[in-house]
Design a protein around this ligand. Structure first.
Ligand code: AMP
Length: 281
């Protein structure tokens, strides 16, 4: 397994590999890898000749008061995990490589980048769309793998690929969860024991909503109220938002119909967690 730091070297590797007819599967990450990331890597490993994982804590997607500086970083552990999964290349660029002096061009996706998580993280998706577009142009993947965990991100990336005619296939993989249902996340490591225990209510709330919808509930406000009742029982958990939107275009829904995305974000102490469920209403 190679660890490549220079953009030129990564580009050359990808160009040469594609000239030889090899397919490239790509998983963009911020590192601190867990079973969620590994599920994407395993799928890529099955479907491609070469697998590239990028590890880049992208400063442009963090707000000034967010956790960019303290975001968990552990290249040695990540590299061991990647090696174990048969990854061919870790692309581990420098911030000054991705954003050299004079950098001025950003990718902005209208509307989709202003709703849901963007309300408390303004500018976040502009940073995500920009870095992912740059990574696609450097790594030249045939297929890029994303997690349903970041549902809004997946919708936005698909939009970017369509709107900018990027030659990459996007595959979105299911959320990998802990035993009690908590979605795996690098940020779970910030939770203390008590907070970690209370975080289980997120999945309980989502499953409650799913049950109500399966029984025929169609009013989003009613469902959200019932979810709030469950989640707010844990005093440490502060709801940022709970929304029911169309799963394909994130349009808010007045009535449950078709494939819906039930998305939420909460704060537990200083930690912001997101989760979601796709339900066929
Ligand atoms: P991150 O390192 O948080 O930027 O995540 C990198 C990729 O892994 C993103 O596409 C995430 O959606 C995906 N991912 C993160 N957590 C999970 C999870 N629990 N299950 C599935 N995919 C995940």
């Amino acid at each position: 397994m190679k660890i490549i730091r220079l953009i030129k070297e990564m580009s050359n590797f990808s160009c040469l590999s594609r000239q030889k007819g090899k397919t490239i599967g790509f998983i963009p990450t911020m590192g601190a890898l867990h079973a969620g990331h590994l599920s994407l890597i395993r799928c890529a490993r099955k479907e491609n000749d070469l697998v590239v994982v990028s590890i880049f804590v992208n400063p442009s997607q963090f707000g000034p008061k967010e956790d960019f500086k303290k975001y968990p970083r552990n290249l040695k552990k990540d590299a061991d995990l990647c090696k174990n999964e048969g990854v061919d290349v870790i692309f581990y660029p420098l911030v000054t490589g991705i954003y050299p002096a004079g950098f001025k061009t950003y990718v902005e996706v209208k509307e989709l980048s202003d709703m849901l998580c963007a309300k408390s993280r303004p500018g976040h998706f502009k940073g995500v769309a920009t870095v992912v577009t740059k990574l696609f142009n450097i790594v030249l993947p045939d297929t890029a793998y994303f997690g349903q965990k970041d549902a809004q991100q997946a919708v936005i990336i698909k939009r970017v690929v369509m709107d900018l005619n990027l030659a990459v296939r996007i595959k979105v993989m299911p959320i990998i969860r802990e035993k009690d249902g908590l979605a795996m996340s690098s940020r779970n490591a910030y939770l203390d024991k008590k907070e970690r225990k209370s975080a289980a209510v997120l999945y309980m709330g989502l499953k409650k909503a799913e049950g109500l919808i399966k029984k025929g509930a169609v009013n989003p406000q009613y469902i959200i109220r019932r979810m709030k009742n469950i989640i707010e029982k844990e005093r440490a958990v502060k709801i940022d938002y709970i929304s029911i939107v169309d799963a394909e275009d994130l349009r808010p829904l007045k009535r449950i119909k078709g494939k819906i995305l039930l998305a939420l974000a909460v704060r537990i102490g200083k930690v912001r967690l997101i989760d979601n469920l796709i339900i066929n209403g």
